[in-house]
Design a protein around this ligand. Structure first.
Ligand SMILES: [Zn+2]
Length: 284
């Protein structure tokens, strides 16, 4: 790429980032008093700290209620896709409520779904194993902590591939508590009383590729460094995560860093072993 072309592309990217409505603050959100050490990429709030502890299920934003893994999913979506008017996005069982869903509807052409209407209130009902949507009808699917509750992973992945447009993207989060995929040893339920069929590991990347997607696991720069042989230890490890096995079984070539240390610190994507989002793209 020539120098001028690359400078022009850079300028266009900057302009695009500024115009991207996914990066604008919610209208009713005002930053807290200084020091503003942390910032929420979903609602735009910033302040001295989030609520709770450093954990993917905590570090809660006082303005929008997002927890750290909500922000990591959103960060991955914004970083890895180009915004354009009418971007058609389906989110399966979003954890956040009406304010979030309304904000998303202002930013993109937003649909959200629930398989089980008891657990969350969504706009439509979708069973990932038989999605009632036309082929090639979506630009983006955001799916957090749903796939582990679906019995047939392959049917779900092939349905997700079918409903995405060529060039479309799937951002997938599941709890990564161990190195390799296995069913739970004993019946396991999550907070909303839904049964867990699978505890996934790094082999999910290869499984996703078998369905025709290009796939990488998005992580923070800190986890990327440790996966490539950096310091394996964290000051403390949550007992439900088998971090030793997670680091032993990781394939560094399957990882892509998407958050610098500074970005991860501001959004509290910490500790880094808790933050993985699979990015699956359908060929254009
Ligand atoms: Zn927020």
């Amino acid at each position: 790429m020539g120098l001028l072309t690359s400078a022009l592309t850079g300028a266009r990217d900057l302009l695009g980032a500024r115009r991207d409505p996914r990066r604008t603050a919610w209208p009713d959100v005002t930053p807290a008093a200084a020091p503003r050490r942390v910032a929420c990429c979903i609602c735009g709030w910033s302040g001295p700290g989030f609520q709770g502890v450093a954990h993917c299920e905590s570090s809660t934003c006082p303005a929008c209620g997002s927890i750290a893994r909500d922000r990591f999913l959103y960060h991955c979506f914004v970083r890895r896709t180009q915004w354009r008017p009418g971007l058609r996005v389906l989110e399966t069982s979003p954890r956040l409520g009406a304010d979030y869903r309304e904000a998303m509807a202002r930013r993109v052409d937003y649909l959200c779904s629930d398989y089980d209407q008891r657990a969350h209130r969504g706009a439509i009902s979708v069973d990932l194993q038989a999605i009632e949507m036309a082929d090639a009808s979506l630009d983006v699917v955001l799916s957090a902590h749903v796939l582990e509750h679906v019995p047939d992973t392959d049917r779900a992945l092939s349905e997700l591939h079918r409903v995405l447009k060529p060039g479309g993207h799937l951002f997938l989060q599941v709890p990564l508590l161990q190195g390799g995929t296995a069913p739970p040893a004993e019946p396991e339920y999550h907070g909303d009383r839904t049964l867990v069929y699978w505890r996934f590991g790094w082999d999910l990347t290869a499984r996703i590729r078998e369905h025709g997607f290009a796939c990488t696991a998005l992580v923070t720069r800190d986890l990327y460094r440790r996966a490539r042989g950096g310091d394996p230890g964290w000051p403390s490890v949550s007992p439900e995560f088998d971090v030793e096995e997670i680091l032993r079984m990781v394939r560094p070539g399957d990882l892509t860093p998407v958050a610098t240390d500074r970005v991860a610190r501001r959004a509290r994507f910490e500790p880094s072993y808790m933050f993985v989002t699979w990015h699956a793209s359908k060929a254009g």
